[in-house]
Design a protein around this ligand. Structure first.
Ligand SMILES: Cc1ncc(COP(=O)(O)O)c(C=O)c1O
Length: 391
């Protein structure tokens, strides 16, 4: 057997790993995907050919119908492009829309690994503050004005308005409208990362940003990673036909054909077999139960001067430590107590958030999360005891 790992997840014995925002292994639909794979291959050799650059027509048709059923708004096939997941879609878009040294606006805090992709592309990132209700239109207006005054125009605004990573916040409809109005007026493209939209637990979220404006300026990225399986490396973007064509005509697709073509056939077969709706409903129930377990355990075990918001969907709880504590400095002590998390500063493009950390409730079984919360509570109390008295 190879000593090299097969998967990205690396769990350490004795540690409750809240750091990984991965789907739970037992929620990956192995049997359903085996049946879909068999059907994709039984349909003939097309699943094994180089794929159409935009993605296989059968998946685009299935996605258009599914998005319309989910969101009540029609999406035409010419507006859909199949990607190898959101991460790959962001990288492709950066290659098409930006050059090193360009400026981009990013919601702060934001998904830390999207920030890495932008940094790899040499972009200068300008943070736009969010509060407990999500991205702040006033902060966005200010950032756009400041840039304009210095003669610069941002290539895009990156935001995850629906159950974002790391905060879990869902942006209210009024703010969505205000943000679209501001970006339209400034002619600034919006990259809406919508990876958690289907995973709502209390109430369905408001419509995506494109519903609040002319739609041409918003590129929305969706993914099968959280609702089916991340190993498929499969997602989509919905955008203006011009943007879809720019993606289609890119050199990498001209050379290699459509992205994740085989996985796209498998997902299309999974959808044709009518499995996706039932699977997503099952995920919602399972993740809602995990969220509720984690929230109840945090309320029970964490000291009263910690704070967090209950997320209405997604995978994460964003926790604020007691005043004066730094989550990165606290992490080694937490791990010595057998619990881990991602420190908040990693999500903060312009600095800050050092008193926050992110917990994922997607991966861990409920009993393990309760144990993790108990360990967190003990570690925070231990950190207080260790802190030198104020001078
Ligand atoms: C906000 C956000 N965007 C994108 C991704 C990655 O998406 P994909 O697996 O489709 O590349 C994640 C995964 O954690 C995420 O939280």
């Amino acid at each position: 057997m190879s000593a090299l790992p097969d998967i990205q997840l690396a769990l350490r014995p004795g540690i409750v790993e809240f750091g990984w925002g991965h789907p739970a292994a037992e929620l990956l639909p192995v049997d359903g995907l085996a049946a879909a794979t068999a059907a994709a291959l039984a349909a003939g050799p097309n699943a094994l050919a180089y794929g159409a650059e935009q993605g296989p027509g059968r998946l685009i048709a299935a996605l258009a119908a599914w998005l319309e059923r989910q969101e009540g708004q029609p999406v035409t096939a010419e507006r859909i492009f199949v990607t190898a997941g959101v991460s790959s879609g962001l990288d492709l878009l950066c290659g098409l829309l930006t050059r090193p040294g360009d400026t981009a606006l990013v919601e702060a805090p934001a998904y830390h690994l999207a920030l890495r992709i932008f940094q790899d592309c040499g972009l200068e990132l300008i943070p736009v503050a969010a509060d407990a209700a999500g991205l702040r239109p006033d902060a966005l207006g200010q950032a756009l004005e400041t840039l304009q005054a210095s003669g610069r125009s941002p290539r895009f605004l990156y935001t995850t308005p629906t159950f974002g990573n790391p905060t879990g916040i869902c942006l209210a409809a009024e703010r969505r409208a205000a943000i679209v109005a501001l970006t339209e007026a400034a002619n600034c493209v919006v990259l809406e990362d919508d990876v958690y939209r289907s995973l709502w637990y209390d109430a369905p979220p408001p419509p995506p940003l494109a519903a609040y404006g002319r739609t041409e300026g918003v590129i929305r990225l969706g993914s099968f990673s959280k609702i089916l399986a991340p190993g498929l490396r499969l997602g989509w973007l919905s955008a203006s036909p011009e943007i879809v064509q720019r993606c289609v005509l890119s050199g990498v697709l001209d050379s290699g054909g459509g992205q994740s073509h085989f996985a796209a056939h498998v997902a299309a077969a999974f959808m044709a077999q009518g499995r996706l709706e039932a699977h997503v409903a099952q995920l919602r129930a399972a993740y809602q139960a995990r969220r509720d377990t984690l929230l109840a355990a945090l309320a029970y075990y964490l000291p009263g001067d910690c704070a967090w918001l209950a997320p209405g969907g997604g995978f994460f709880v964003w926790v604020r430590l007691p005043e004066g504590m730094d989550s990165a400095a606290f992490l080694p002590l937490a791990e010595a107590h057998g619990v881990s998390f991602v420190p908040g500063a990693r999500f903060a493009p312009g600095g800050g958030c050092s008193d926050y950390f992110r917990l994922a409730f997607s991966l861990l079984a409920p009993a393990e999360m309760a144990l993790g919360a108990e360990r967190l509570g003990r570690a925070i109390n231990a950190a207080r005891v260790r802190r030198p008295p104020a001078a």
